[in-house]
Design a protein around this ligand. Structure first.
Ligand code: GUN
Ligand code: ZN
Length: 429
């Protein structure tokens, strides 16, 4: 029998969707336990009961910390780690001034490996156990993040970012090499350990029709793969797309017409959608990914969480590092809350925590394995200290229920709130 570990603390898990059922969708136990063996969750229950039932288990007592599933960040650019918080530009200028020069460096495998390691260590310290990352056009950048994740036992998704126009020399592939390199990387990494591949056209302004078609063909050959891209992030970008694709009905059509709209598609940002785009995304069951710190940081706009969820869209939550200004899903939940407030539709703490775990896992089609505390799920678990700073502690001390206790950490917490991060049953932080 594999060795068993019993984590004790407060526990919070979801048995339903808080957008449908409100906070009753969550189960909280102020003296709970999670029994882990062989990298998986065996049982979630009352701490004392589990202790009595499994006397041989090694006990790790997290005290009053809140045990929840590790955060799932559904849209990141790990190569932008070094240029996070770069000042004063909006999307297109930001890409040209900061992003593309930095991404150019990832042809060097040693540099890519160094940033990949740094990125995963930073995000684990912030309680994020799964990311879905863009890489750069260089296959080396994909090998680097998968190798680093494999060494840490992490479940991640990543893909080579394809661009064959409107990008500088040294940062363009072609329709042919995008297809060939993506296919080779997919065959190399898809399903290896906990890793999976996402076909990744950056966005339609940086791909020719030939490249979009080549990647659409690759997706048709591997329909179980995820496909990630950007959609309708800034007004200037949408006008640019209209000029580049005069025959397209709208921005989404630049993907749809070339085989890049589907149930396993992930569309980042989706702020300024037209009705036809919303209808098609919902009909095919695609996922929209909300990136709130990015949307405020580079001035993109206010995502309509309440309207899109009510209309039946599948939505994930993400940092979009480094267009996003943080590695922290706590900070990201806070920004989602603030954007909800600006739209007159504040999100409940249960909805925010659900988005950062189950919701994002669902957007990646991984919710049967990660994103919740439940038997048979993979044991990616974090312990949240709900009193990690004096400012947070004085507020949570007045709480009368778990939501009031956790909300100050959502709004004001950072990596100091992450008391422990467990990946596949091993403590990494
Ligand atoms: N659109 C195309 N590329 C990017 C990127 O790297 N970050 C963001 N935020 N938007 C993009
Ligand atoms: Zn992005």
């Amino acid at each position: 029998m594999p060795s068993q570990t019993l984590l004790l603390g407060q526990t919070l898990s979801f048995v339903a969707d808080p957008f449908a059922d409100g906070p009753a969708a969550a189960r909280h136990d102020s003296a709970g336990g999670v029994l882990v063996a062989d990298g998986h969750i065996m049982e979630v229950g009352h701490g004392a009961d589990l202790r009595a039932a499994y006397p041989q288990a090694q006990v790790v007592d997290h005290g009053q910390a809140l045990l929840i599933a590790g955060f799932v960040d559904a849209h990141v650019h790990y190569p932008q780690t070094g240029i996070i918080a770069s000042w004063g530009k909006r999307l297109i200028d930001w890409l040209n001034s900061y992003t593309f020069p930095e991404e150019m460096r990832f042809g060097d495998p040693a540099y890519a490996a160094d940033i990949a390691s740094q990125y995963l260590d930073l995000t684990l310290a912030h309680g994020t156990t799964t990311v879905c990352s863009y890489c750069t056009i260089h296959p080396e950048s994909v090998d680097a993040i998968f190798t680093a994740a494999q060494a840490r036992g992490q479940r991640i998704v990543a893909g080579k970012t394809c661009m064959d126009r409107n990008a500088p020399d040294g940062l363009r592939d072609t329709a042919r090499t995008a297809y060939d390199d993506s296919r080779a990387l997919l065959q190399k990494w898809q399903g290896v350990d906990r890793l999976s591949y996402a076909i990744t056209p950056r966005f339609s302004p940086t791909s020719s029709v030939a490249q979009l078609e080549a990647l659409g063909a690759l997706w048709a050959e591997h329909p179980d793969c995820l496909m990630q891209t950007h959609l309708s992030e800034q007004i200037d970008e949408i006008a640019w797309v209209r000029g580049l694709f005069p025959e397209a009905r709208d921005y989404l059509d630049t993907y749809e017409a070339h085989g890049l709209l589907g149930a396993n598609g992930l569309y980042g940002h989706t702020i300024h959608l037209e009705q036809r785009e919303k209808d098609r995304l919902r009909e095919v069951g695609a996922a929209l990914v909300h990136c709130p710190t990015s949307n405020t940081f580079i001035g993109s706009g206010l995502f309509d969480m309440a309207g899109l969820v009510a209309a039946g869209q599948r939505v994930g939550l993400a940092t979009d590092t480094g267009g996003g200004s943080s590695f922290s899903m706590l900070r990201t939940m806070a920004a989602a809350y603030e954007i909800g407030q600006l739209r007159g539709t504040p999100l409940h703490a249960a909805q925010l925590l659900w988005l950062a775990t189950v919701g994002s896992a669902r957007s990646l089609r991984l919710d049967d394995r990660i994103g919740n505390l439940a038997p048979r799920m993979e044991a990616d678990i974090i312990a949240l200290d709900l009193a990690s700073t004096p400012a947070i502690a004085q507020r949570s001390a007045r709480a009368t229920d778990i939501w009031e206790a956790v909300f100050p950490t959502i709004m004001m917490g950072d990596d100091r709130a992450i008391a422990a991060t467990w990946v596949a049953g091993k403590r990494l932080v």
